[in-house]
Ligand binder design. Structure first.
Ligand code: GDP
Length: 201
């Protein structure tokens, strides 16, 4: 898919104030510092569409962007930032729960995980929760350039092995690097295919 336009629409913390347009929506979520903002900028080919933040855990907002005037890309807050207080975590949980349960136009959530790390409890639990709530998701492995080719594939296989302890099948997954552009076409084509099934060009 070629990105012809990518525009910021609205940021907010209230799901009822998200855009009313009934366009297909794709959400990006993951632990703080996983490389979400950089990935969004890489996918859209815009240098600073999503704000790469030097202060993880700071932006607790749902950010909507409209792409090619036909679908929404949603940048959700990073989770699992240790310095956020317990009460802030609770607010976050509620807010994310209501986003996922109320946003019926959500087509797919992309859960970002850092390729270099062992499977993290918080990510596994989050995916479990998505599964229990029948929210379709795919995994995006980020920062693949930080591992050598010989290390990358066993690392991904370890992740798949862990997932298969919980899941009958491995969800769709993409291996990406925002530095090299690895995985860009695959992710965009995946979105494009779903959009065309939904009859949106
Ligand atoms: P966010 O908190 O998930 O939005 O993470 P950011 O997009 O701000 O990225 C966190 C850090 O990881 C920044 O220093 C980025 O430059 C770096 N980073 C993000 N993606 C990649 C990648 O694909 N490769 C490399 N080498 N660094 C990355």
């Amino acid at each position: 898919m070629k990105i012809n336009s990518a525009e910021f629409v609205i940021s907010n913390s209230d799901v009822t104030k998200c855009p009313k347009d009934n366009l297909p929506e794709y959400a990006f979520i993951g632990r703080s510092n996983v490389g979400k903002s950089t990935l969004i900028n890489m996918l859209t080919g815009r240098k600073s569409l999503a704000k790469t933040s030097g202060r993880p855990g700071k932006t607790q907002l749902i950010n909507h962007f409209i792409i090619n005037k036909t679908w929404f890309l949603v940048d959700l807050p990073g989770y699992g930032y240790a310095r956020v207080s317990k009460s802030a975590k609770k607010v976050f949980q509620k807010f994310i729960t209501s986003y996922f349960s109320k946003r019926t136009q959500l087509v797919c959530a992309f859960v970002l995980v850092d390729s270099r790390h062992e499977p993290q409890k918080i990510d596994l639990e989050f995916m479990q929760w998505l599964g229990e709530n029948q929210i379709p998701f795919s995994i995006i492995f980020t920062k693949a350039d930080k591992l050598s080719k010989t290390k990358l594939s066993p690392q991904i296989n370890t992740y798949i092995g862990k997932m298969l302890e919980y899941w009958e099948e491995m969800p769709n997954y993409f291996i990406t690097s925002s530095t090299s552009g690895l995985g860009k076409e695959e992710v965009l084509n995946y979105i494009s295919e779903i959009n065309s099934q939904l009859k949106i060009s």
